[in-house]
Design a protein around this ligand. Structure first.
Ligand code: HEM
Length: 396
């Protein structure tokens, strides 16, 4: 069996053969990995049943980086939900849940449709487009900026910061230079949101205004309010970009499924789920430190060791999904784990689904012919977020 190499170019281009090899190992795959903590590596958990167990294991695991790194090295992102354990996690998540509930996202349908239609108007004026730059990227950044209440003209800046930050967060490419850049970006972003939080008035609908009210009511600290802004900006668009461009590429690479969807718009929700399973936008969860022995099918992970649940692999596990490498928009059941599980399950799942549903519905309605200009586009060299470098299309 060829060696497993999670740093190889071929892995980023097509990670699925490597994931298959990882699932076939007797124990989890040990990835040597150095970051701000003193850990020398992490167990990569790749089988579906084990990934579910890790994601649901909040009683026996911790995500709190602040327990692992000396205080002078803590930064603004360490206070986000993703790196916070209960009871603080429970308190903080409740503060920002309302806009992401069913009722909350229903109110956004009209504005999302408007943004989608404007972007398609622009696409229609051109014969050839890069779907990533001209649709998949601007849609989610506009939606989350509106929700947060950041000025529309700042979208480009926010996008650039997020892109720089997520490259640094992607721990298989962390080195001293990345950590330094990450620190600078975090400082700039923190200053930006601190200014906005400082200027915000009484709540009139945006999340930033609500967070100011929460801080004034002592429901959260200014540092926690700031962390919410950073996470919502980042989580609110980086993964959705992957869903939109990965989904479009997968549909176009499977023309029979594309035709089926064009003729049966009722299959749209299932198609979005299958896009999320097939090219999982957030490939693996944040690291968890095991606080009580964790028995997985392949091995017992000891207290004090670190695990990472690889959703991108779980979603292709043949023990859970028959013919996992087949893209099938009618797949049932389709219990993919692309939004995670347990207490850290994606807060923005309903928003992401609604963005996906409106986007693909309008794209298929308004663009009768969409053609791939590159049948083998390059994927970005990142292990956390899966997205294409570009998706050139011809539209008719
Ligand atoms: C297709 C799009 C999306 C995917 C695939 C996705 C995936 C995920 C996953 C897998 C997690 C859990 C990570 C872990 O357990 O380590 C997560 C958490 C989170 N997501 Fe999403 N996400 C998406 C869109 C969004 C959107 C639109 C928002 C809106 C702001 C959002 C906000 C969050 C937040 C706040 C968390 C942290 C939850 C917590 O720790 O309690 N996500 N997401």
């Amino acid at each position: 069996m060829a060696a497993i190499d999670l740093y190889a170019d071929s892995f980023f281009q097509d990670p699925y053969p490597t994931y298959q090899k990882m699932r076939e190992l007797k124990t989890c795959y040990w990835l040597e990995n150095h970051d701000r903590t003193s850990f020398e590596g992490v167990w990569m958990v790749s089988r579906y049943a084990d990934v579910v167990k890790v994601l649901r294991s909040s009683h026996g695991t911790s995500v709190d980086v602040k327990r692992l790194v000396p205080e002078p090295q803590w930064h603004a992102f360490d206070y986000t939900l993703l790196f916070t354990d209960p009871p603080d996690h429970t308190r903080l998540r409740a503060l920002i849940s309302a806009p992401f509930s069913n009722a909350g996202v229903r109110q956004l349908e009209e504005s999302i449709t408007r943004i989608v239609d404007q972007l398609i108007d622009n696409l229609l004026q051109r014969g050839k487009v890069d779907f990533l730059q001209e649709f998949a990227l601007p849609l989610p950044i506009k939606v989350i900026s509106n929700l947060l209440g950041t000025p529309p003209e700042d979208s480009g800046l926010l996008r650039q910061w997020t892109s720089d930050l997520t490259r640094g967060l992607d721990s298989t490419v962390v080195n001293a230079e990345f950590l330094k850049n990450q620190g600078t970006v975090l400082k700039d972003m923190s200053q930006y949101f601190a200014d906005l939080l400082g200027r915000a008035q009484q709540p009139s609908g945006t999340i930033i205004e609500q967070l100011v009210a929460d801080t004034n009511a002592a429901a959260c600290s200014p540092r926690e309010a700031l962390a919410h802004c950073l996470l919502l900006l980042l989580a609110g668009h980086e993964t959705t970009i992957g869903m939109l461009c990965g989904g479009m590429f997968t549909l176009l690479s499977n023309p029979a499924e594309m035709e089926k969807l064009r003729h049966n718009p009722g299959l749209m929700d299932g198609a979005i789920d299958e896009m999320l399973r097939y090219e999982t936008p957030f490939q693996r969860a944040t690291f968890r430190v095991v606080t009580a022995p964790l028995l997985l099918s392949s091995q017992e992970i000891q207290r004090g060791e670190r695990v990472s649940a690889v959703m991108g692999s779980a979603n292709r596990d043949p023990l859970q999904f028959p013919h996992p490498d087949r893209f099938d928009i009618s797949r049932k059941p389709n219990a993919h784990v692309s939004f995670g599980l347990g207490i850290h399950r994606c807060l923005g799942e309903k928003l992401a689904r609604i963005e996906g549903r409106i986007a693909f519905t309008r794209l298929l309605q308004r663009l009768p012919a969409i053609e791939l200009l590159d049948a083998n586009p390059r994927w970005q060299r990142r292990s956390l977020f899966r997205a294409l470098e570009a998706l050139p299309l011809r539209l008719g």
